[in-house]
Structure formats: C-alpha cells, structure tokens
Design a protein around this ligand. Structure first.
Ligand SMILES: Cc1cc2nc3c(=O)[nH]c(=O)nc-3n(C[C@H](O)[C@H](O)[C@H](O)COP(=O)(O)OP(=O)(O)OC[C@H]3O[C@@H](n4cnc5c(N)ncnc54)[C@H](O)[C@@H]3O)c2cc1C
Length: 378
C-alpha cells in the first residue's frame, strides 16, 4: 500500500514525486516510457522562464514560488538548471504580449525596461523590426533545461525514498473509497491517493477529459545564423515576437552549443500557437509540408542575416479550452494536473509542490483558484 501513486512521471509528475518523497511519503511513480523521453511535452533542450506573465497576472505569485523552488532543486542536486539571459518582448503597443507584460509588471512590481528606439536598434540589430514595434526587456528571465530537470527530479525523488518504474503503462484506476487500485500492463497496486500527470494522455485516463484536452503537434527547429557570434547567450537573450498578421507569437533562445547543453546545437525557435490536432499515440514525427514554412515566414521577415537549418523536432501541446492550466482535486483522493497548453514547464517546480500538498494535506497555500476544473462545467 503506497501513500500516493503518481501516474505519468514527466514534467509535473517527476516534481510531484520529489516533493512527496522529500516530505517522507511512500510514493510510487509510474511512467509508460523512459524518464525523460521525447514522445510527450518535455523534449527539446530549453524552456523559457519569465515572470511578467502576459497570459494572466494571476500566474505571477506561482512564478515567484517556482523561481524559489528551481533554486531548491539546483541546491539539492548540485546542478545548474536556470540560465538567466533576460527576455526581450517585441510587438505593436496594442498586442496581447506587450499589453500583458506591462500589466503583470505593474501589478507585481516586476522590473521590465521599456527600450528606446535607438537602444532597440543598437541591441537588436540582428532583427528587422516593423515600424511602430515596441520592445520590453525583463532581466530576471531566461531558460530552464527540461530533460535535465526531469532527470534530476527523478534522481532526487529516488534518493529520498521514492519508487519509480519506467516502461510501465497505467491501463486504468479504480477508486474503491478507502483505497485506490491502479492497474498497469505489468501489475496491480493499491494506494491512498493518486496524482494524475499524464500530459497529452490526460484525456485517456481522466474521466470526462477526453473532450477538454486538445492535443496538438508542435514543430521546433534549430538554425545556424550566418553571424553565430551575435546570438550567443552572452550577447543575445531569449525573445518573443508578436507578429501583426498572425495570432500567438514566435519565440526563441540564444545559440546554444554543445557540450554544455548537449544536442541539438543551434538557435532554437518555434511558433507558439496550437498546431494540428493529433492523437499522442499516433503523432507524425516526420517534418511535413508547412512545418518549416511557418518558421521561414518569421526568419525571412525578421532576421537580418542568412541562416542554415540544422535540425528539427516535434513535441506535443495539451491544450485546455482556455489555455490555462487545470490543477484540482477530481475526488477527495484523486488529484489532477493537466492542460498546460504549451506554457507549463517554467511552473514544474511549483506544480509538483502544489500536487504533493493537495494529495497529502488536501489543500495548498498557493493561489490556484483560477485553475480549478469546475470552470468548464456549465
Ligand atoms: C515545443 C514546445 C515548446 C515549449 N516551450 C515552453 C517554454 O518555453 N516554456 C514553458 O514554460 N513551457 C513550454 N512548453 C510547455 C511545457 O513543456 C509543458 O507544458 C510541460 O512539459 C507539460 O508537462 P506534463 O507533465 O503535463 O507533460 P509530460 O512532460 O509530457 O509528462 C506526461 C507524462 O505522462 C506519461 N504518461 C501518460 N500516460 C501514461 C500512462 N497511462 N501510464 C504511465 N505514464 C503515462 C507520459 O509518457 C509523460 O512522460 C513547451 C512545450 C512544447 C511541446
């Protein structure tokens, strides 16, 4: 009998296992693939982390805690995960990104610099920015390395006593009231509580969620710009650009070179907007027509220098209906976290802690009311 079984040990699940084990609970983590792996939502070397959250200011208190908790993991594991490069936001003054960053920054006193046109021209001469574009710079931002974070959470969870099984898929679970039975393709287990963090597979295992979580195929590429030295982390931050003609935004990272960051090498960029709807078990991982064209639109429009494509990858978004996360108790002994909608990784360090508290104490000190599942009930 386990205190808690965590179903899905990817981003959120690995962090939940760590917090549960660290607090002395008897935890079993079940993962259908390896930890980490490339078939879910955490592959691709880098994830942006930033505080002046344009999506919704209510995320800022969670981000303050997330920053603290990333440091806790770095200390425990004696490793570096957060790379502070700052982030530059570009867009028309009326764009959701520029308006949203300013709103969160003013509500929560987050230092964000509004750049004068001559500063934009000097600092970002590698970009051709359309007339009227504004630029904001947030210094306490950068990126986290996702595969390494998941690996370290798993390692630290095991060090603190967690049992973690890879290559074991949960087929179903049954709430028997006094205990929950979890049935996998290898075994049956019993526990007091379960936490379901199955990412793109959420709809397959959380009753009633099949129509709530829309899984989309996302494409990212790594390029080598002609003037590579302009784009190294020392000279170039993370960035987001709101194009006037397209919803969502383009975003990317400085040029990262192995060996510090491993493969793939290059300047990674992607388009943050839900892609084609897919099934997580039947995703086409090959590059298809349209993938690179979407990024070429950006590259030819905004990049001053030439470039060469180095590599590409597909990854999955698990989108909730309003693209905000879902973190809640489904029943008293069943906790769920899903619908991270392509912007969840920076929160992994706080979500794991929240899930551990919801499962073991029934409540959390973090303000997650706006993320409850019941907002979709009518
Ligand atoms: C291309 C791309 C770029 C992104 N960029 C950013 C960014 O810059 N900043 C940011 O903050 N976020 C970003 N994100 C989003 C972020 O990575 C995700 O929100 C986050 O990884 C979701 O975590 P998760 O735990 O829900 O999913 P996952 O990490 O995929 O974990 C779910 C796990 O559950 C396992 N599982 C599923 N079903 C079962 C089962 N039945 N039995 C056992 N195991 C099971 C899966 O195998 C998987 O390992 C990006 C995502 C993508 C795809």
């Amino acid at each position: 009998m386990f205190d808690v079984i965590v179903i899905g040990v990817g981003s959120m699940g690995s962090s939940a296992c760590y917090y549960l084990a660290k607090k002395g609970h008897k935890v079993l983590g079940l993962e259908q693939f390896d930890i980490p792996h490339e078939r879910g939502s955490h592959a691709g070397q880098s994830r942006i982390i930033r505080k002046a959250y344009f999506e919704h200011p209510d995320y800022v208190p969670l981000l303050n805690r997330a920053y603290e908790n990333w440091k806790e993991l770095e200390t425990d594991a004696q490793a570096r995960l957060y790379h502070q490069t700052g982030i530059a936001y570009f867009g028309l003054p009326g764009s959701d990104i520029i308006k949203g960053v300013k709103l969160s920054a003013s509500l929560y006193d987050i230092p964000v610099e509004s750049l004068q046109p001559h500063v934009i021209r000097d600092r970002y001469s590698m970009f051709k920015l359309p007339q009227g574009f504004e630029a904001l710079f947030e210094a306490d931002a950068g990126f986290i390395t996702p595969e390494k974070a998941v690996r370290l959470y798993k390692g630290q969870a095991i060090k603190n006593g967690a049992e973690i099984h890879t290559g074991e898929k949960v087929i179903k679970w049954k709430n028997e009231g006094r205990y929950i039975e979890v049935i996998t393709d290898k075994n049956n287990y019993h526990c007091q509580k379960i936490i379901i963090t199955t990412g793109a597979w959420a709809g397959k295992i959380i009753p009633g969620f099949d129509d709530k979580i829309k899984v989309t195929r996302q494409f990212m590429a790594w390029i080598k710009p002609e003037k590579e030295s302009d784009f190294t982390p020392a000279n170039f931050p993370c960035w987001m650009i709101a194009d006037e003609n397209k919803p969502g935004c383009y975003y990317g990272f400085p040029f990262l070179s192995s060996p510090e960051f491993g493969e793939p090498k290059g300047l990674k960029l992607a388009y943050h907007y839900p892609g084609k709807i897919t099934d997580p078990n039947r995703v086409n991982r090959e590059t298809v027509a349209g993938d690179m064209e979407t990024l070429n639109y950006f590259l030819y429009k905004y990049l001053v220098c030439g470039f060469e494509k180095l590599s590409e990858k597909t990854c999955l978004y698990a989108n909730s209906p309003d693209e905000n996360f879902i973190i809640d108790k489904l029943e008293e002994n069943v906790v769920i976290a899903c619908g991270f909608s392509g912007h969840g990784f920076k929160f992994v360090s706080v979500v794991g802690e929240i899930l551990a508290d919801l499962a073991t104490k029934g409540t959390t000190d973090q303000p997650i009311g706006f993320l409850r599942a019941s907002r979709f009930e009518n």
